[in-house]
Design a binder for this molecule. Structure first.
Ligand code: FAD
Length: 414
């Protein structure tokens, strides 16, 4: 008997994981992307499976910093002022969540998704032969000042509530883990179980090969629009149209424009982020991702050198890159570690699609049959890809998802 067909749009980490889980659960899956797999946001992220970064963005700790944030005085956040009015509803919804109760309840949901997802990643890494891309030395938050460490107490409380194992380090403890780091940091928080990936695109490509080995097919097509015809979906694509009985949309930051003609308004903001690649000085080694909390960058060892990533640039998706933040933090990265020359001329830019409640949108489209949505994974999409795939595969098959996903349902927005 032939397998029922499902089409998945978008071959970033989220679409790839949905395609794998659907193919494994008995469907014949077509995975469609206009480019090669993982060539957008899933290409240039920090590669961290975020066991130690489960904190929702909306935190009460942001409130005292609000005037400085809006004035673009900090390096972790940069607002594009012409976008302000359009963003206002998202920003107000976001600010409403900056209280302790919501912070902890959202954090606990993110933690449950992350723990389940990392477990599935581990299986996929084995099945796809990608172990050589993993780094299992944990992740290190570093503090230049005791005061900053104290201000971060809320995040450690969330860790304790969620039973995230961590160790607080002093200068000597940091030196033991990272002997080549300059003596700038007074405190560290080491989340030992964090896994990082030395080349996120390569990981995605391993997963795609695994998907193909299961019988799935990847097609390079640009999707221009979708239309419901009876119970099926007609896809207007370049260079050829397709029809499919069941459709899963995982187009990351590009999802809203596809859904708009169906009457689903845009509910995400685009947090653009940048990275630069640098060499370490001869003989110097960084063993794990570090987050310099006072300076707002992540630096981590990748196959191709050291990657430094920057914070949030809240703006339109398609305005020209404004890599101000990465340029601001690079001197701080040089202060922290013996870095050599830049390995890329221009910073890379990615687009994180983010909801105001820091949780992704996963589930059936509220007003259309045979249509599922999986997008808006913000800062955590690499880590959360596999659990998203498992949830979508169970929902498409009409089964109970592996965990309670009401908090991620599209119904909360549409
Ligand atoms: C600087 C930075 C650091 C990050 N660090 C981390 C981290 O350490 N850990 C973590 O978990 N997450 C991290 N993230 C977030 C993570 O990268 C994203 O959440 C994740 O990549 C989103 O995956 P996706 O599949 O939803 O979207 P994408 O990877 O953006 O994929 C969407 C796909 O849709 C395709 N597409 C779009 N429109 C069309 C169309 N019309 N037709 C056909 N195809 C189309 C695109 O080509 C693309 O391949 C980071 C992000 C950034 C920017």
């Amino acid at each position: 008997m032939s397998r029922p067909t499902v089409t998945v749009l978008g071959a970033g980490i989220v679409g790839i994981c949905c395609a794998i889980e659907l193919q494994r659960s008995g469907y014949q899956v077509d995975l469609i992307d206009r480019s090669e797999p993982a060539s957008e946001t899933s290409y240039g992220n920090a590669g961290v499976f975020s066991l130690g970064s489960i904190a929702p963005l909306a935190s009460p700790a942001l409130l005292p910093r609000l005037p400085g944030l809006i004035a673009n005085r900090y390096t972790d956040f940069r607002l594009h002022y012409p976008h302000f009015l359009q963003l206002l509803p998202w920003l107000l919804a976001f600010l409403k969540r900056c209280n302790r109760d919501t912070y902890f309840s959202d954090g606990e949901i993110i933690n449950r998704l992350t723990v389940a997802s990392v477990k599935r990643h581990e299986e996929l890494i084995k099945q796809s032969g990608a172990e050589h891309l993993t780094l299992r030395n944990g992740g290190l938050r570093l503090y230049r000042h005791e005061k900053t460490f104290e201000k971060d107490a809320l995040e450690r409380e969330l860790f304790r509530r969620c039973e995230v194992e961590y160790e607080v380090l002093d200068r000597d403890g940091i030196k033991k883990l990272e002997p080549d780091i300059h003596d700038r940091f007074v405190k560290g928080v080491w989340v030992n179980q964090t896994i990082s990936i030395k080349d996120p695109q390569a990981l995605c490509k391993h997963y795609v090969r695994y998907f193909e080995s299961l019988g799935g097919e990847i097609k390079q097509l640009e999707v221009k629009g979708i239309q419901q015809v009876g119970n099926s979906w007609q896809l207007q694509c370049e260079p050829m149209d397709l029809q499919t009985p069941k459709l899963v949309v995982c187009l990351g930051a590009w999802t809203p424009e596809l859904l708009k003609p169906l009457g689903y308004k845009n509910v995400i903001a685009i947090e653009r982020g940048y990275h630069s690649m640098l060499a370490a000085q001869a003989g110097k080694v960084l063993n794990r991702p570090i987050f310099d909390v006072d300076s707002n960058y992540v630096m981590l060892p990748m196959s191709a050198g050291l990657r430094v990533t920057s914070g949030t640039n809240l703006t339109y998706r398609e305005t020209p890159p404004t890599p101000v933040q990465i340029e601001q933090v690079l001197p701080r990265a040089y202060e922290a570690f013996p870095l050599g020359e830049k390995l890329i001329d221009e910073p890379w830019m990615g687009r994180r699609p983010s909801t105001a409640d820091s949780k992704p949108i996963i589930g059936p489209a509220p007003r259309h049959q045979n249509l599922w949505l999986a997008y808006a994974h913000a800062h955590m999409g690499l880590g959360m890809g596999p659990i998203t795939g498992q949830i979508i595969a169970s929902q498409v098959a009409g089964k109970e998802p592996p965990l309670d996903v009401a908090a991620c349902s599209p119904n909360r927005y549409f």
